[in-house]
Design a protein. Sequence first.
Length: 131
Amino acid sequence: MGQTHFRHRDCFVQETLQEDIDLEAMLQKMARQLASMDEASLMALWDTYHSRVKAFEPTRTWEEACIIFGLIQTVRWKNQLFNNLWSEQKQAGEQTEQTAGQDMEQTENQDADLISNSERGKIIQFHPRGE
């Protein structure tokens, strides 16, 4: 095998691509670890980190508290989104079963309505525990 020689710029590009791959792998690992955590356990920390974030300090500790609070909120949001989409999918499936006996044109119109309704943006509000 011959040696491969890179110009300086090519080495930089290669290193940058490797850093991007490493960063993505790290984020995927973090996502798997967060997804494995129980939402109730994370929510037990919600009040603590909410208070820390509200009490702004220009410190690394405050920044880390913001990130932790954001991660807790992210897991909560993911679970709410999952439950919401699962419910919508289940309702759409039940509606499809009910209309199975109707003629094809009417069924296609209902499916189009379901798709257009699901494409609309939906805001899921976050509320502190206990509300």
